[in-house]
Design a protein around this ligand. Structure first.
Ligand code: PLP
Length: 349
């Protein structure tokens, strides 16, 4: 295998220098400085200044927690922005392609569409694991990104370490492991393996386990070299000041986050146990995430019946291999009771 970052970086990106904003040049070190460089309104209201374009305080804490250096991290307006930056840095429109593995997260396809990049789909097998041989046969010299979602949305399972290792070793593009649900999983993050694989990119988010979907904070962790390329094209102030503040507070509240994750995991097991008692539930798929995918007799019918009872879930039936499946997010004890109560009522109708 011969991964070479220079070979996969777009020509126009190679020539770019990161935009140097006013706030890049000088950051207040606590001493009295007068900032008359950025045409801001000088009257303090908490957000009158531009935010730190490199989110130094937040990255310092995240780097420490994840066992990497701040130079291994890029933050974005949700992981959706991080994924978009990967397309824009490495995929030449109308020439290059990406590989995705349905059934999986819908954004890889959406982003390939908006960036005019071919999306080559290689279905997971019936156990929702990658068809490694099929993937290797689909890859060509223009394949730049391979998206692996683990734990996978909407199926909930983790992707096997052996498959990922094989793909990392055989692909000359970037293997992007989307770990949006990693904090619900018993498996270790691939971040710990970064030094073994120069083409490994891990994305995480504060939207799920951290309970901060509303602030939009996505995390990309990879080699310093890849981060440097992404830094050239990221909008300078892509993570706003309020988000940086809220995120910092939250990532420092490690006990609180851990206790919420624990409650969600306990609730997930309870939900799975009670789903077994619902007559029209045929299969409950194993989950390493904060949702459960189930196969039912008639997903469209059950979806509508739940909606009539005021419960909104996700019908995943149109996804390949997911015929007649519904995806339930694990809620509070009370919400899950309402869900199961409604399912049992529907079964008796
Ligand atoms: C929810 C989710 C995300 C989160 O995206 P954000 O833009 O960070 O909110 C990313 N990947 C997957 C697979 C998800 O399910």
């Amino acid at each position: 295998m011969s991964f070479n970052l220079n070979n996969i970086t777009r020509e126009n990106v190679k020539g770019l220098k990161p935009y140097s904003s006013a706030r890049d040049e000088y950051v207040s070190d606590g001493s009295e400085m007068v900032f008359l460089d950025a045409n801001e309104n000088p009257f303090e209201n908490g957000v009158n200044r531009y935010p730190d374009p490199q989110q130094r305080s937040l990255k310092a804490v995240l780097a420490d927690q994840k066992g990497v250096s701040p130079e291994n991290i890029l933050l974005g307006n949700g992981s959706d922005e991080v994924l978009d930056l990967l397309f824009r840095a490495f995929c030449e429109p109308k020439e290059d392609n990406i590989i995705s593995l349905p059934p999986t997260y819908g954004m890889y396809k959406v982003l390939s569409g908006t960036n005019a990049i071919e999306n080559r789909e290689v279905l997971l097998n019936e156990r929702f694991q990658p068809n490694v041989e099929g993937i290797l046969n689909t890859i060509d010299a223009s394949s730049k990104l391979l998206f692996i979602c683990s734990p996978n949305n909407p199926t909930g399972n983790s992707i096997s370490e052996a498959s990922i290792t094989k793909l990392l070793g055989s692909f000359n593009g970037l293997v992007v492991i989307d770990e949006a649900y990693i904090d619900f999983s018993p498996n270790e993050s691939w971040v710990s393996r970064l030094s073994n694989f120069p083409n490994l990119v891990v994305t995480q988010t504060l939207s799920k386990a951290y309970g901060m979907a509303g602030i939009r904070l996505g995390i990309c962790i990879t080699s310093e070299e890849i981060i440097a390329v992404l830094n050239k094209i990221k909008p300078p102030y892509n993570v706003n000041g309020l988000t940086q503040l809220k995120a910092l507070e939250r990532v420092l509240a490690t006990n609180l986050v851990a206790s919420e994750v624990n409650k969600i995991l306990n609730e997930r097991e309870r939900l799975i146990d009670t789903l077994k008692e619902v007559s029209f539930v045929q299969t409950i798929y194993e989950s390493d995430a904060n949702f459960v995918l189930v196969k039912v007799d008639d997903a469209n019918k059950r979806y509508k019946q739940l909606l009539d009872k005021g419960i909104v879930i996700r019908n995943r039936s149109t996804q390949p291999l997911c015929e007649n499946t519904l995806r339930f997010t694990v809620g509070t004890t009370d919400e899950n009771k309402k869900l199961v109560g409604a399912l049992k009522e529907i079964a008796d109708e």
